[in-house]
Design a protein around this ligand. Structure first.
Ligand code: CU
Ligand code: ZN
Length: 195
């Protein structure tokens, strides 16, 4: 019995060594795989807002925000389902609070620079002005744009984490002050980290 026990210990010891050897041999693989990193897109930081309808509404949506981790323009992609056909204002509002039935708890347009409301292509516009999303007869709509007036980094005047995205009942005319006369708020979602 004593010999058998020793044999088992030796076998276990040998297999443990083999196991270690295998891991060491495999270790360089990730380094080799990451070698071409300079050719790849830079690492991104991501956030998402899932839009939900107010009482009795059927619209829902998703807005994603992606930004290179070292900073730079934020790519905004919105998609809507079950919405009323037509042009609808889409904005980032200041307060990430969708608790009120009419979503007025989300405050006004996110406007850290204190400038007039405008369209997404205007040099002077609220940071939250994303313009309009076109919703088709099937209730679906999508919008894609980039913005250099917002950031996913925390603690900056233009930080959008924890704020709200609001979809409006009507079209944003891109000029009326201070909201583009886009009417009521039909969906709301809070911007949360997705990284
Ligand atoms: Cu709005
Ligand atoms: Zn605005």
């Amino acid at each position: 019995m004593r010999h058998l026990g020793l044999g088992l210990v030796l076998i276990l010891g040998t297999s443990a060594l083999v196991g270690c050897g295998g891991q060491e041999a495999a270790a360089p693989a990730p380094d080799a795989a990451s070698a071409p990193a300079p050719d790849l897109a830079p690492p991104m930081v991501s956030a998402v807002a899932n839009l939900q309808a107010g009482e009795g509404g059927t619209v829902s949506g998703r807005v994603t925000f992606d930004q290179p981790s070292e900073g730079g323009p934020v790519t905004v992609v919105a998609s809507i389902l079950g919405g009323p056909p037509g042009s609808h204002g889409l904005h980032i509002h200041e307060v990430g609070d969708c608790s009120a039935a009419d979503f007025t708890s989300s405050g006004g347009h996110f406007n850290p620079a204190g400038v007039p409301h405008g369209g997404p292509m205007d040099a002077e516009r609220h940071s939250g002005d994303l313009g309009n999303i076109e919703i088709n007869e099937d209730g679906m709509g999508s919008l894609s744009l980039t913005s250099d007036l917002i950031t996913l980094a925390a603690g900056q005047p233009t930080s959008i984490g924890g704020r709200a995205v609001i979809l409006h009942e009507g079209a944003d005319d891109l000029e009326s002050q201070p909201t583009g006369a886009a009417g009521g708020r039909i969906a709301c979602g809070v911007i949360a980290s997705a990284s």
